[in-house]
Design a protein around this ligand. Structure first.
Ligand SMILES: [Zn+2]
Length: 60
C-alpha cells in the first residue's frame, strides 16, 4: 500500500478535482446534482407523510 490517498470521483472514479469535490469535474457534479433534484436518490416524500403505521385513525 504505497499509493497516496488520492480521492476519486464519486461517479466515474477519475481523480477528484478539489474544485468539484467529491467529483472530477463540473459534469459529474451536475449529473449528481440532477439526481438529487429529480429525486432519483429515492427520497420518499409522500410515503413518510403519516408516521402512524398502525392506521388507528381516531385512536387519540
Ligand atoms: Zn467524474
Amino acid at each position: 500500500m504505497t499509493r497516496p490517498p488520492v480521492r476519486e470521483c464519486s461517479r466515474c472514479d477519475k481523480p477528484m478535482d478539489p474544485a468539484y469535490r467529491p467529483f472530477c469535474s463540473k459534469r459529474c457534479a451536475d449529473i449528481d446534482l440532477q439526481k438529487w433534484l429529480t429525486g432519483s436518490y429515492a427520497i420518499p416524500g409522500s410515503e413518510t407523510d403519516d408516521e402512524s403505521e398502525g392506521e388507528g385513525g381516531d385512536d387519540r
